[in-house]
Design a protein around this ligand. Sequence first.
Ligand SMILES: [Zn+2]
Length: 59
Amino acid sequence: MFKLFKNLFEHRCPECNELLSIENTTLCMIKSCSQGHYKEETYSSLGVTIVYDSSKDDE
Ligand SMILES: [Zn+2]
């Protein structure tokens, strides 16, 4: 369930703890680390949050 990630990390990168930049598009809100560690897309109309976390990309 992607939604569970929503409040865990607030607005900081879990890798470098830098504040995430926030970008709003018509489709979703994108929060991302400027160094590319972490990206989160929130589709509020769908109630879905998709998290791309490169620090957990072990496979
Ligand atoms: Zn980072």
